[in-house]
Design a protein around this ligand. Structure first.
Ligand code: IPT
Length: 929
């Protein structure tokens, strides 16, 4: 067989919609027999029904063979793992032979073999007869099995090659995972149905374009609608917020087909993207299909979990990066409500490495294959109300085959705009889409002040288009930072239709030693490391802080506080607030005093706050929350949708601490200076005992374990270059009087940059530290952090309770989800387990914290991080299991941290979040709890 053919397949039936039919179907998923060969050129005697496969292995279908002990997965982002020489492929071409015997039910005749997805080149035989071959891994294919089916036992044989001419079209940033990874069925369904359901001002028009018989929608009184006919009736519209579906039934001569119809109209008016006549703002994510054990063979329950998690985190849109998903996913989007950009299975990114020479996108020999992919996607998914845009593909450069795809799609489905990011001229699209544009550029585009294209006609056309970021805010590791500022722009300029975060899930594969593996962990000679671990949820779908922040930033309800009032602003696009219940809670020092219901009109608006009770003295915060009033299909009643906080009364710093007579520091035994239960080493001035507990530090510290974003921004290199991870400390002066003053100079070797750090200790029942920091020399680069680190014996700290922002981590440009309150956590649970370990777990704006044997309070606040390993150990770790609790517990008390940004792809932190070396004073006080 010619693997190097440009042809997308042979023997295949015309593509058609994924439908629910009552026609008989045989599920051919399950245990197949399997054999892997390292090369493509293997005898094909296995196709015979009587071939003895006893020596083969079992393999589940759907699955990827590399995740079942045959070969290994490999990860590359842009680069091809094979030489770029289209359409040629290497002789080393992992080839999986599959066999499956099945019994045909009594009386069964005819049928189609349907494969929902095979990665990558599949050749199929039934009872020794060849049915054909196919490419297009994430697209369905059907063969007519009828002529070769026989009563009783049948044997299906499939040969799957990993590499073929089609490989050049599938260079998405993901694991290379071959195999029959989606469902296989023998079905007697042959029907295709095409409906279009539009909406305008309370009326829905159902156009029944194609189908095998009359169509009815009983709920709407529609009956006997013939193909080619159209009807307009009163309906409720479909939106992602109100996913109203109507069940339609098509009665054909051979089968009855059911589909769910949603009425909605997508349009572009004056350069604004609209749904049902109202502006549509994408609060989206890019979703790859991924499961840590199963790769892209994602179980239905997992797809459902994705949709539920998205809905619960205020996400309203998905781009199916970078291929059509399992059809079941789109059913879930219809049902639970998500706007979908359905993307074709096309990416040729690696040609960018060779100046786009021989890019298939511009090679007429590949035209059929590209058109075939577009057709199979559109035909399969054309009836989904959730699908509101077609995307031609991702990162496939420019070329004439884009026109072939676009022209056909416009003709076949004029109702959906076309998307493609890779061609800046937008010659073939209806929306202007970019990825990772900076805030400044997004703003310029919002004002229609972007740099012009060379071609004035194309420029004028593009300037009239809505703008979206198909990818922005790269969620790799700690981050992304800058979300709130993007959202603010999207909401300010009508031209901006929002965007899609890159990306939904970390593609970390479950691994016995590493917990989660990334590129290189399977010995791949060429790989892109942990760039595949860049999601809003961890591989097991635990939300990362990035997703929690995103939920806050995407909130559909906002609260603005005034004197005795709160203004509730509805940010939904299509619904009012009647499905929500509102409450107001008052907390003093994080302890709830009262929770009162709040009456909010369905349209939102200004509400008087209820009489708030008197209570103990302390910092008082008001929290207003919007929760679901009743169960919805995607979350139970009580689920929090939005919240806001306002400070009602502050306390003077340290006012709650009783002042006692000042105690002078006195010389103790063994060269110690003793005060209360605390002691300092007389020679170094270093605190060695804190209320009876041995302690090392606090000492000035500037280092943090670089984040992926720090690395990508070039900061790690500069920080290491400066030596900020290896500071030396020199004591210049110690004076003991009313206070203990220790003057030090802290600096890395090999530079004249340094910081003069002066510690002033006093004791008044509590131990009070005033640390003055003054940079010396010409500090140019942002520094990682500014604060102190101290360590104590591990068992000294277990549970941490703090009053400040929480419960999760927060950095200058992240942590929008952190709210003021009193929080408690074990040291273990204060760690954010990024798959690639890095700085994490910083709690911001902490007023005070209790850590077992002592309490630390700030004047007014400090940042708190507590770990069972040092920042150096954290920086050295490569996988989660590398982090092992040591004998010490490290407590970092910070004045400031460098921003996070999203430089792994996109801009670094906005300038306001750069931490420059500066004169600063840290004030903290330690007390016995
Ligand atoms: C962009 C890709 O479209 C996406 O698949 C992913 O690789 C992402 O980057 C980074 O994780 S392309 C890049 C050149 C901006």
């Amino acid at each position: 067989m010619d693997l190097e053919t440009f042809s997308p397949g042979s023997g295949r039936l015309e593509p058609r919609a994924a439908l629910r039919s009552d026609a008989a179907a045989l599920d051919l998923n399950g245990t197949w027999r399997f054999r892997l060969s390292p090369v493509a050129d293997v005898p094909d005697d296995f196709i015979h029904p009587d071939y003895d496969d006893a020596a083969w292995d079992d393999l589940p279908v759907p699955s990827h063979w590399v995740l079942h002990g045959h070969g290994a997965p490999a990860y590359t982002n842009v680069v091809y793992p094979i030489p770029i020489d289209p359409p040629r492929v290497p002789d080393e071409n992992p080839t999986g032979d599959y066999r499956r015997a099945f019994d045909l039910p009594e009386g069964w005749t005819g049928g189609r073999l349907r494969f929902e997805g095979v990665d990558s080149f599949a050749r199929v035989w039934l009872n020794g007869h060849e049915l054909g071959f196919s490419t297009g891994s994430r697209l369905p294919v059907e063969y007519d099995a009828g002529p070769y089916l026989r009563p009783g036992r049948n044997v299906l044989a499939v040969r799957v090659h990993q590499w073929s001419a089609a490989t050049y079209l599938e260079d998405q940033d993901m694991w290379w995972l071959p195999g029959i990874f989606r469902d296989v069925t023998l079905t007697r369904s042959t029907a295709d149905v095409y409906v279009r359901a539009s909406y305008r001002d309370g009326r829905g028009t159902l156009s029944y374009l194609e189908g095998p018989g009359p169509l009815g929608v009983p709920e709407l009184g529609i009956d006997g609608l013939e193909p080619g006919a159209e009807v307009t009736v009163d309906v409720e519209p479909w939106t992602a917020e109100t996913p109203r579906l109507y069940e339609a039934v098509v009665r054909g001569p051979e089968e009855t087909v059911r589909l769910r119809v949603g009425f909605r109209t997508i349009s572009i008016e004056d350069g604004v993207l609209m749904a049902n006549g109202r502006p549509l703002l994408f609060k989206g994510v890019n979703r790859h299909e991924f499961h840590p054990e199963r790769g892209r063979a994602v179980p239905y329950e997992t797809m459902r979990e994705d949709v539920l998690l998205m809905k619960q985190h205020n996400v309203n849109a998905v781009r199916t990066s970078h291929y059509p998903p399992h059809p079941g996913f789109l059913d879930l989007c219809d049902e639970l409500g998500l706007w979908v950009i359905d993307e074709c299975d096309l990416e040729t990114h690696g040609f960018g490495e060779v100046g786009w020479r021989a890019n298939p996108t511009d090679d007429p020999r590949y035209a059929d294959a590209l058109l075939d992919r577009m057709r199979r996607m559109v035909e399969r998914d054309k009836n989904h109300p959730s699908v509101i845009m077609w995307s031609l593909g991702n990162e496939a450069g420019v070329g004439r085959n884009l026109a072939v795809m676009a022209d056909w799609a416009r003709e076949r489905d004029p109702s959906r705009p076309l998307h493609y990011e890779g061609d800046r001229s937008c010659a073939h699209t209806d929306v202007y889409s970019r990825m990772y544009a900076s805030h400044a550029e997004v703003e310029a585009i919002g004002r229609r002040e972007e740099d012009p294209l060379d071609d004035p006609e194309l420029d004028a056309r593009r300037r009239g288009m809505p703008f979206m970021q198909c990818e922005y805010a790269h969620a790799m590791g700690n981050g992304p930072g800058g979300l709130a500022e993007y959202q603010e722009l999207f909401e300010r300029y009508p031209r901006l239709a929002g965007g899609f975060i890159w990306e939904w899930i970390d593609h970390g594969l479950a691994h016995p030693a590493y917990e989660y593996a990334y590129g290189g962990d399977f010995g791949e000679p060429l790989h892109d490391g942990n760039f595949v671990v860049d999601g809003l949820v961890f591989p097991d779908r635990t939300p990362s802080p990035g997703l929690i922040d995103l939920k806050k930033v995407f909130e559909p309800v906002r609260f603005e506080f005034g004197d005795g009032v709160v203004r509730v602003v509805n940010h939904y696009g299509f619904t009012d607030l009647s499905h929500l219940r509102f409450t107001a809670t008052v907390q003093v020092e994080g302890e709830s005093l009262a929770e009162l219901p709040l009456d909010v009109p369905a349209a939102g608006g200004e509400c008087k706050l209820p009489e708030l009770p008197e209570g103990p003295v302390g910092e008082r915060w008001l929290t207003v929350r919007a929760v679901l009033a009743e169960d919805l299909p995607w979350a139970p009643a009580g689920h929090e949708v939005a919240w806001g906080q306002a400070l009602l009364a502050r306390t003077e710093p340290w006012e709650h601490v009783a002042t006692v007579a000042f105690n002078p520091v006195t010389p103790g035994e063994g060269g110690e200076l003793v005060v209360g239960g605390c002691a300092f080493d007389a020679a170094t001035g270093r605190l060695v005992r804190l209320f009876g507990t041995e302690v090392d530090g606090p000492r000035l510290d500037l280092w943090r374990a670089p984040t992926d974003n720090d690395r990508a921004a070039g900061l790690e290199e500069r920080w290491r270059g400066l030596g900020l991870h290896r500071l030396t400390h020199r004591v210049d002066d110690i004076s003991v009087g009313d206070e203990l003053v220790v003057r030090t100079r802290v600096a890395p070797a090999a530079t004249d940059l340094g910081m003069v750090a002066t510690y002033r200790w006093t004791f008044d029942g509590g131990l009070r530290l005033l640390l003055d920091i003054e940079p010396e020399g010409n500090w140019r680069d942002p520094i990682p952090r500014l604060g102190v680190t101290m360590s104590l014996p591990g068992p000294a700290v277990d549970q941490v309770t703090w009053f400040g922002l929480g419960p999760g981590e927060a950095y200058p440009d992240t942590g929008m989800a952190a709210r003021m309150g009193r929080w408690s956590a074990t040291v273990e649970s204060m760690q954010t387990p990024y798959v690639y370990p890095q700085e994490n777990g910083h709690r911001a704006d902490v007023r005070w914290a209790e850590l077992g044997g002592f309490r630390v309070s700030g004047e007014p606040v400090f940042g708190l991080t507590v770990r069972r390993w040092s920042a150096l150990e954290l920086a050295a770790a490569r996988h989660r299991p590398d982090l092992v609790a040591g004998e010490r517990v490290y407590v970092h008390l910070d004045l400031a941290h460098q921003g996070i940004g999203t430089a792994t792809c996109g801009p670094g932190p906005l300038p306001a979040y750069d931490l420059m070396a500066r004169r600063a004073t840290l004030r903290v006080r330690f007390d016995q709890p």
